[in-house]
Write a protein that binds this ligand. Structure first.
Ligand code: PMV
Length: 358
């Protein structure tokens, strides 16, 4: 069952065709989603900054599906990509209960990322977000629906079914996913925008220091599954709810050091959970730890609000407010960049959410 109205199938000889295109950014979780329940429901509520410069642009051409037509043709950065195409076919097949009309169209989908494929940045959030937005846009066009708030919610719902954390990328600045007693209207089915936070977070920076671009030894889906048998799982889910409350307070009143404490705790908890999974695994690299140590030393000696977080991988997200850009830039150039892979860093910041391109 869906929370939204399911549209009727299209008429036999319909002639719906057209083209839509959306740009959707990636996001970085502050409270991490780690562990899930069927189907793609989070074990705890999570919250993330929507990014700006790390994004995917997806374009979809659609037309009536003839029996001889391939359902989906997919190209990534101008080249046919059969492995991605298979993933998209699997994803579209999995959502036909929610938008059954997609079976009656054929799609030519092309996609490109603003960040290099092997940059160690997961593209599933931005790519699933962009694809879900395109599908909702096509539905609006065909069925002449216009309800802006439902549109985002529905795109969030559909993108979640492709990649859980993607559902948070659909909103500007800050979004939360998962039922939480602290967040009004929160849901396990889709993310909601979080408003009313202190202005210092409006243009917060996230510089992503790449220490490795190797494919992860354990995928996120396998990592989530290992939480089912992790003996700390229940304690972790309780901790996430407590963290959510403290974090949101610190974001409302602009208490940067309280914010940074929770965010770093979340990153290290995520990796600790991986290390005590059965089987155990480690995604951090020696340079990940060295960067963390140097960030903490810098903070202690300068008193400046510079923090880190980690995704499910070895690269470090360096978080700081706009008013300390000069000090942080010189610190990164002097003390951190030599620990990165070939000097690679993606300088990103909090962004305004997806935009329609065509
Ligand atoms: O959405 P997934 O299945 O790729 O899981 C994402 C998990 C983390 O990035 C580690 C945390 C999060 O909330 O984004």
């Amino acid at each position: 069952m869906s929370f939204f109205e399911i549209q009727n199938p299209l008429k036999e000889n319909h002639d719906f065709h057209g083209h839509v295109s959306w740009k959707c950014p990636s996001n970085i979780a502050l409270i991490k989603y780690w562990g899930k329940r069927p189907i793609q429901m989070p074990a705890n509520a999570s919250i993330s900054f929507t990014l700006d410069k790390a994004y995917t642009i997806t374009s979809v051409h659609y037309q009536p599906r003839r029996t001889s037509d391939k359902w989906v043709q997919f190209s990534f950065e101008g080249k046919e990509e059969i492995s991605f195409e298979k993933r998209i076919v699997k994803y579209l097949s999995s959502i036909t209960d929610h938008i059954s009309w997609i079976k009656q169209l054929s799609f030519k989908i092309s996609s490109e990322n603003s960040f290099p494929h092997s940059s160690g940045i997961a593209s599933s959030a931005s790519s699933m977000g962009a694809l879900a937005l395109c599908l909702c846009d096509i539905e609006e066009d065909i069925f002449k629906i216009s309800d802006n708030s439902l549109f985002r919610k529905k795109a969030s719902y559909l993108s979640r079914l492709g990649s859980g954390s993607a559902c948070r990328s659909l909103y500007p600045q800050l979004a939360a996913w998962g039922t939480s007693s602290i967040i009004k209207n929160s849901s396990d089915l889709y993310a909601v925008p979080i408003e009313g936070i202190h202005e210092v977070y409006n243009n917060f920076h996230d510089d992503i220091l790449i220490v490795s671009d190797q494919e992860k030894a354990v995928s996120s889906s396998a990592g989530h599954a290992l939480m089912d048998t992790n003996i700390f799982a229940e304690k972790r889910y309780d901790q996430a709810e407590i963290h959510m409350k403290t974090l949101l307070n610190s974001m409302k009143n602009g208490d940067l050091h309280a914010f940074g404490k929770i965010v770093e705790d979340e990153a290290l908890t995520l990796h600790a959970l991986m290390m005590c999974s059965d089987p155990s695994y480690i995604l951090m690299e020696p340079n990940t730890l060295e960067v963390i140590k140097r960030i903490r030393t810098f903070r202690k000696s300068t008193g400046l609000p510079l923090f880190f977080t980690l995704d499910a991988g070895p690269n470090i997200h360096i978080l700081y407010p706009n008013h300390i850009v000069p000090q942080v830039t010189s610190f990164i150039n002097k003390d951190l960049i030599s620990l990165s892979l070939e000097g690679r860093i993606i300088r990103d910041q909090v962004g305004q959410g997806p935009t329609k391109i065509a």
